[in-house]
Design a protein around this ligand. Structure first.
Ligand SMILES: [Mn+2]
Length: 379
């Protein structure tokens, strides 16, 4: 019998708390897409390829925002509740989707939603979506004959997670063991992001920093500061806190990256090709927030890009061009696998860099309004 199952892959949605560190505003477009899929005939696997939730930049409380680095189960569940209240249309659409027979959702782990490994977080998501059989947490990858779907942060030097040691002990409690840089981001950059909420939406990042010297200086001061304190101060000041232990084996690489300003994600497409042992016909990765299609002999690797509110900066025209949202539609199996990359239509207009950096808050509010999203904080 022919397999008529459809597989829909999208990733890097990054739902947050609806505050200034939340870059997802496409509730309307994404929930409409999910609802339209729920009305289609037949089996559908909706594969959310990591970073579905931005737990990392999600505070544990709003007003005033608080970003703890010790993430217990309770804190992850608290964050999930904030995410839910900020993005209910998405959860409602997922709920309607899994209410249909043959429709399943797979939540793959990314580097922004490592919290999904907590069983209590999984249970809470199942409760919110009203299903446990059709809501699946497959871990790091989703596979079918000829197909491999994975977020891809495991191939990125700075963000790969130690699956042998997923938890740390702190004051008698179990907390998430993040990569060194992730702990640094939580403690160092969240206040900076609240002051400059728009900048992280602009790509390419090196280009942005060359055109915004004030922020570039602030960024490098914070980075150097955290790095050197991690070497000579934190290990003594926070002696019994494992989240401050410095990865000595990474020293050289980290130091080089700080000096050369190299904080962009690695070329995980090439690294995946080199490292992955089996040769699936079709591979879908995320993480880089960029559309990329790479062909090798018998393999095609697709990055469909992200669902955050993002812009491409054109240094010549000073324009910020809103990025397209898209998903991968896959049918067939094994050698008969077929795929399409589908653009989701949008009506967003071009913004101007020099105006945006004059008043980032105004533009955060304007972007949200343009997509019919209401922020949970006053700007
Ligand atoms: Mn991401």
């Amino acid at each position: 019998m022919a397999n008529n199952k459809q597989i829909i892959v999208l990733g890097d949605i990054e739902l947050g708390a609806g505050n200034l560190t939340d870059d997802f505003i496409s509730d309307k477009a994404l929930s409409e897409l999910i609802l339209s899929l729920s009305q289609k005939e037949g089996e559908i696997d909706l594969v959310l390829n990591g970073d579905t939730f931005d737990f990392l930049k999600c505070p544990s409380q709003l007003n005033p925002t608080h970003y703890p680095r010790h993430i217990t189960t309770e804190i992850s569940v608290q964050k999930l509740k904030l995410i839910y209240s900020a993005h209910q249309p998405i959860f409602e659409a997922w709920k309607q989707f899994v209410a249909q027979p043959g429709k399943k959702i797979f939540f793959i782990l990314g580097n922004h939603d490592q919290d999904l490994i907590y069983p209590e977080v999984q249970k809470e998501i199942e409760r919110l979506l009203g299903s446990s059989e059709r809501v699946i947490f497959p871990g790091i990858k989703y596979e079918q004959p000829g197909l491999h779907v994975e977020h891809g942060h495991q191939y990125d030097f700075l963000f790969s997670v130690n699956f042998e040691n997923l938890f740390l002990k702190h004051k008698g409690q179990s907390i998430l063991n993040f990569p060194f840089v992730t702990f640094g981001l939580i403690s160092t950059y969240m206040t900076m992001k609240e002051e400059h909420p728009f900048l992280e939406r602009i790509f390419p990042r090196p280009e942005l920093l060359t055109h915004h010297r004030v922020v570039a200086r602030q960024f490098s001061r914070h980075t150097f500061g955290y790095f050197f304190k991690s070497l000579i101060y934190y290990p003594f000041r926070f002696y019994s806190d494992p989240t401050y232990s410095f990865p000595r084996n990474m020293f050289r690489e980290l130091y080089t990256r700080i000096r050369t300003f190299h904080w962009d994600v690695d070329n995980i497409t090439a690294l995946f090709m080199k490292k992955s042992p089996d040769r699936q016909h079709l591979v879908v990765l995320g993480h880089i927030h960029e559309k990329r299609i790479a062909h090798s002999k018998n393999q095609v690797i697709i990055h469909p890009g992200s669902w955050r509110d993002e812009y491409d900066f054109n240094a010549k025209t000073r324009e910020l061009v809103p990025r397209q949202k898209r998903y991968v539609h896959i049918t067939g199996t094994g050698d008969e696998l077929e795929y399409m990359i589908i653009d989701v239509p949008h009506t967003r207009r071009i913004l101007y860099f020099d105006e945006v950096i004059k008043d980032e808050f105004k533009h955060i509010a304007m972007a949200a309004a343009a997509e019919g999203f209401s922020l949970r904080v006053k700007v």
